[in-house]
Design a protein around this ligand. Structure first.
Ligand SMILES: [Fe+2]
Length: 266
């Protein structure tokens, strides 16, 4: 197995952050998190990497505060909501590291004082990934409550697949060392947002089989898995032209829209 094949989809994405390579606007999606500006030195512990066939995101206890029937929304804050604003963005992937569209994400968390709303639906909401497998959550940094470190609960489900129930964590939290539920594989990358508040990123990897040899999509595609592309090479993918940024051998999961470190619209 050559080195290219050892590179995971997420490694490619992370390399794009570190190198400051501009991702296609359509891929970036959400307005708040500039994935391209994550500097290497500022990235916290890596989130679980997707290695083409293993490492699905680990599950975690649901805890006592889940409520079904949350409203569909991506914004859990209102103008007067107390707390440090937090935007969480990321992708939902399957086992072959290809994004999953229309995946359900149901988030719930404590308020700034560490309390859950068990009567209404404050800080509860569900949403679906877009056609690129992306999600964006606008919320606050949850407060602490006795016995736990800081965390956000989430259920993630690909269409027609089992539900993954898990939790997301914040780096550099003192209680991460003493919380027996805490799992470092579920750490988000978090940084200060330029406009105030925090920006976090996390990519889920669901235990969903995906064909590693997907057929070329229609719409004018010259990009071909298995081809060695040199920097500067030009291809078309679904009718959009791309320029190769660094030499590599193409493989499924590294289609130009999915690999901003390798391909730029142009
Ligand atoms: Fe909790």
């Amino acid at each position: 197995m050559d080195e290219n094949r050892m590179l995971s989809r997420k490694t490619v994405l992370r390399a794009a952050f570190a190198a400051g390579v501009a991702a296609p606007v359509a891929l970036v999606g959400g307005p708040a998190l500039a994935r391209t500006t994550f500097a290497g030195g500022q990235v916290a512990e890596p989130t679980p990497a997707c290695h083409d066939g293993d490492d699905p995101t680990p599950d975690q206890t649901e805890g006592p505060y889940f409520k079904p029937n949350s409203p569909e929304r991506t914004v859990l804050v209102e103008p007067g909501t107390q707390g440090t604003r937090l935007t969480v963005t990321g992708y939902v992937f399957g086992l072959a590291c290809q994004p999953i569209s229309r995946a359900l994400l149901d988030f719930w968390q404590a308020d700034v004082n560490g309390a859950y709303d068990n009567v209404g639906f404050t800080f509860r909401g569900h949403q679906y990934t877009n056609s690129l497998g992306e999600f964006t959550l606008s919320t606050i940094v949850p407060g602490l409550y006795p016995g736990r470190t800081r965390h956000i609960h989430v259920k993630v489900q690909a269409p027609g697949r089992p539900i993954l129930t898990t939790q997301l964590y914040f780096p550099n939290e003192p209680r991460n060392n003493t919380d027996t539920i805490f799992d470092p594989r579920l750490l988000m990358t978090v940084r200060d947002a330029p406009s105030g508040g925090k920006e976090a990123a996390f990519d889920f990897v669901l235990n969903v089989p995906q064909s590693p040899t997907s057929t070329p999509p229609p719409g004018g595609t010259t990009w071909t898995a298995g081809t060695a592309y040199a920097a500067g090479a030009r291809v078309t993918y679904r009718g959009i032209g791309y320029v190769c940024l660094q030499g590599h051998t193409a493989q499924p999961g590294w289609e130009p829209p999915n690999a901003p470190a390798l391909w730029q619209v142009g």
